[in-house]
Design a protein around this ligand. Structure first.
Ligand SMILES: [Zn+2]
Length: 230
């Protein structure tokens, strides 16, 4: 799906995005076995893996960063991640379990590791450690906004020129409804709410989510209404 001219969304275990420009950029890359599919999807929009010059992930979860290692080898692209998620993405540190998990989440934490193996992926060494105010060179300048909570180093990305925000998993958008991300996969739910309030302070028409279809009009207003309703 072409979200806006030159910006493509691919669906998989989560959504991933390709900004097709002279130096193409990918935002979130999907699971560790995603490379064949990505290569195919890139071909369909007249791109190849070699065209990708920067790989940006919104946070360390396997459905967003799992394929980084394979993609870094295949593309030689710069890997850019939120500073506080970098150690998890490199595979140098185990993430903390989420605070305030539900009964189901507690059960999952007790499961043998083999059953949560799908969440593991080969680590990739980041090249850029992103934090508030850094800029990715695409879509007229993509500003990094720290939105911690879902993970400690979760980031969102704003293109003022295109009036567009990559939300990551700061919010989900299923069945035309916004919702907070699942508690069992959210490190700090209170902090995650504060981050959504912060997102609503910006003005943007288009919102691209890690899960669910984009909002193409009035996105920041809708997020503002949502956060007031909580
Ligand atoms: Zn996530």
């Amino acid at each position: 799906m072409e979200v806006t001219p030159g910006l493509y969304m691919f669906r998989g275990s989560g959504n991933h995005y390709v900004v097709k420009e002279e130096k193409s950029v990918m935002v979130d890359v999907g699971g560790r076995r995603n490379i064949g599919r990505l290569s195919y999807m890139l071909g369909r929009i007249g791109c190849s893996l070699e065209d990708i010059k920067e790989l940006v992930v919104t946070h360390y979860h396997f459905d967003h960063a799992g394929c980084l290692n394979a993609l870094k080898s295949a593309t030689d692209a710069v890997v850019s991640v939120g500073k506080s998620d970098a150690l998890f993405i490199a595979g140098d540190k185990e993430p903390e379990p989420p605070k305030g998990v539900t009964a189901l989440g507690k059960l999952q934490l007790r499961l043998p590791r083999i059953l949560t193996f799908y969440q593991k992926y080969p680590g990739a060494d980041p090249d850029r450690y992103l934090s508030e105010g850094d800029v990715i060179d695409c879509l007229g300048g993509l500003e990094v906004i720290d939105t911690p909570g879902h993970t400690p180093g979760h980031i969102s990305l704003l293109s003022r020129e295109k009036s567009l925000m990559f939300i990551g998993d700061a919010l989900f958008h299923f069945f035309h409804r916004l919702s907070m991300p699942f508690k069992d996969y959210t490190t700090d739910h209170e902090q995650a709410r504060e981050s959504v309030k912060k997102l609503a302070e910006y003005e943007f028409e288009i919102a691209c989510f890690g899960h669910g279809p984009p909002i193409l009009e009035g996105a920041s207003k809708k997020i503002g209404y949502f956060i007031e309703s909580l």
